[in-house]
Design a protein around this ligand. Sequence first.
Ligand code: TEU
Ligand code: CA
Length: 533
Amino acid sequence: MALNKDLVVYQIYPRSFKDSNDDGIGDIKGIISKLNYIKSLGVDVLWLSPVYKSPNDDNGYDISDYKAINPEFGSMKDMEKLISEANLRGIKIIMDLVINHTSDEHEWFQKSVQGDPKYKNYYIWKDKPNNWTSFFGGKAWDKINNQYYLHLFSKKQPDLNWHHPPVMDEIKDVMRFWLDKGIYGFRCDVINIIFKSSLKNGRKRLVLTGREHYHQQEGMHDILKELRRDVLNQYETFTVGETVMVTPKQANDLILPERKELDMIFSFAHMEVDQINNKWFKTKFKPKKLFNCLTKWQEEVYWNANYFENHDQPRSVSRFGDDQTYHDESAKLLATLLFSLRGTPYIFQGQEIGMTNGDFMAMEEFKDVETHRIYELGKTLRIPEKIRFKMMQKTSRDNARTPMQWHQNGGFSTVDPWLKQNENTKFINVLDQDSHAKSILNYYRQLIKLRKKYHVFRDGDFQVLRKTNKIFYFKRANEIHDLYVIINMSKKETIIKELNDGELLITNIEKKYYDHVLSPYEARIYIKEKRND
Ligand code: TEU
Ligand code: CA
């Protein structure tokens, strides 16, 4: 089945979207109650972060039963209703497929620990650990009884052993279970690290010692081909892989149609333009670096999954825009860019109203396991407390996970939410923006409409016309239209010399003349119809 390039995807982090039963935790009924809102955006696909049964060490990315719903989120009946109610509105659902690891509370792991011969090899056990380190900092091995098991994430997330064929059978079964319920596909969590080629010591590195033994190995390609051939191809599906540390070449190896693996992947290169070595060491954001990176991926990769936000990243308006003086302008500029790149656009809940980073004032206010682990790790590295806290404020994943801002008083729940609500819900919320024609929300809606109306947004090729420290000017073209996209990613007024005429299709700033002067954070898209004679 050929990839549908017309889709726009909206990601929901269920815990933070809408609470329907006043326990402070978002849930499936909450999502159902907001389906009309989601429909009003014009999106086609909902990606749900994990809703499976889980002890929530990593908020659902530690699954203890792949075929059950976390009671905090509701029941299987609720989930079935969500799928059918979404389908009624023409919205398809993709679920998170977390198959690098399970929860340590999964029955398979429990039995593996007990030495049950059927389950022993479902996980990776060793008498002596190697020197690998985990994504959340610290060693990647922990001891139970007299043996060590591998966990590339928290110690409550043991890695599955993909050398053991029954693991493959179990996962195929899980995938069929959900596809049979009518879901449209999967977002495959950290899919390019699932196959461990060897368990030898790795070269010592500041982060992820050992990664040369599991990152992007040939065995991973074989697994993906098999899942595609035996499961996905029996249905109409959509897959996006989350792939860490990939190059454009590695991306293509995963997504080119003739490879028969994934439809598209989330890469991280553009999320690394404001950091040194790792995400905790942030530097000043230089737009040119982002433009260069996006250009490279636009030019070299077959089809991109474009995103500026998800549940692991700080909010884009706080990071690449200006969440104070130019909040409105810069949020809209980022939207313009997102929707005019070649590829499938992904919106993370709240991005469409310009939600900002959280306003966390103390460590206790953070709930994320990684945030606390890295904060502690920083202590052993003797990084002063104040600096460590600042690092968390800037980079913590909880920045993305604050409750959705439905109205001036929050509207997420009637009780205190599980994670602190941002104070700025007073000014940044769905209700206000819905009724205001010029809001960020309505700008997103408008962009989605334009993308649907003009094919060139989807199938046009990409060509850079100009790249400076502030300006990104590019063209998208197909046989019918030329699109010219111009953004000024800065607080300064900037002149653009070359400007093609055409009809101004959309812009984030109202003014009398649209000449060669670009206001701070101004974005414009022009369209020109080609003559057919
Ligand atoms: O994330 C994997 C990942 O590499 C990072 O983006 C991660 O958020 C972390 O910050 C690494 O430093 C995926 C999920 O998106 C994430 O929420 C999970 O915690 C993780 O896998 C484990 O399942
Ligand atoms: Ca709830």
